[in-house]
Design a protein. Structure first.
Length: 283
């Protein structure tokens, strides 16, 4: 059931990614007041962005097929877990199984995904909403497929499958989801969302006094998500760290790679006015 919900979520992201990449246009606002209205620093390339969304679709289908063919853990491996191959750095995770932290991690992930929309209160951001939303769905789709493929290709048991306490049921250890520890999708999603939001806000409000606080929230929110996943027994510390780095990288790079370069904004052209040569530039 968890895999089904996650698959629907990723498929929805891909559909929105295709739809928004196809329709969103760069919005050049009339700069009547420089405090609230500026030209967008981003440019969407329909062919490239739609190609990215199609690629994520293909990878998603691939990961879904691989996951569907995974064998579950047999009783012998569950009842007599071998912890000798678990790095000492990760070993403490097998003693964690707190359902309150599991619920907290879900709530924090949803909160992180919603955080970038708060920036739409600022007119500099909301003025380019279609473009930014297109970039955001592309970011989330890439991130979702990244951790989906990782879970499909890497069979790593979740920490709770090594937990011998009676509170962890045998049936919960024998699901396909129980072998999808690497890497933390919750943490990756949260980091991709918050770093994207912070990057967008910084690009549009580079001199705002709120920038340090925005980045502080962007850094700490996925860290709390990752800690909650660890305490819930869902992931090892290495899973959380990897998820954080992957999500943060994607969240930062997608808007960065769509930024308009200075050379694209400024052009120089020589002119002859009958008396001499002049150089004109536009930006």
């Amino acid at each position: 059931m968890i895999i089904l919900y996650r698959s629907i979520f990723i498929l929805t992201l891909i559909i929105f990614c295709l739809f928004n990449s196809g329709l969103a246009q760069q919005m050049d606002l009339d700069i009547k007041n420089y405090k609230v209205s500026i030209e967008s620093p981003y440019r969407l390339d329909k062919k490239k962005d739609i190609a990215v969304c199609i690629a994520t679709s293909a990878l998603f289908v691939t990961s879904y097929v691989i996951n569907g063919n995974k064998p579950t853990l047999d009783s012998a491996h569950v009842l007599n877990p071998d912890t000798s191959k678990i790095p000492s750095f990760d070993l403490s995770a097998i003693h964690q199984f707190n359902k309150s932290f599991q619920s907290a991690s879900d709530l924090l992930e949803y909160t992180a995904i919603a955080l970038p929309f708060i920036s739409f209160i600022d007119k500099r951001v909301s003025g380019h909403a279609p473009q930014i939303i297109a970039l955001y769905f592309e970011t989330l789709a890439i991130d979702a497929v990244a951790f989906s493929m990782a879970k499909a290709l890497v069979n790593r048991r979740r920490p709770y499958t090594f937990n011998t306490d009676s509170v962890v049921s045998l049936s919960s250890k024998q699901t396909i989801n129980a072998q999808e520890s690497f890497f933390s999708g919750h943490t990756s999603n949260a980091a991709a969302a918050t770093f994207f939001g912070a990057k967008i806000f910084t690009d549009l409000r580079p001199h705002s006094k709120l920038v340090p606080f925005v980045w502080g929230a962007a850094i700490l929110t996925p860290a709390f998500v990752g800690y909650s996943r660890y305490r819930a027994g869902k992931h090892f510390p290495s899973d959380v760290i990897t998820g954080y780095l992957v999500g943060a990288t994607i969240g930062f790079l997608v808007p960065q790679l769509h930024k308009i370069k200075f050379d694209d904004r400024v052009s120089f052209s020589p002119m002859f006015n009958g008396k001499g040569f002049d150089i004109a530039y536009t930006f």
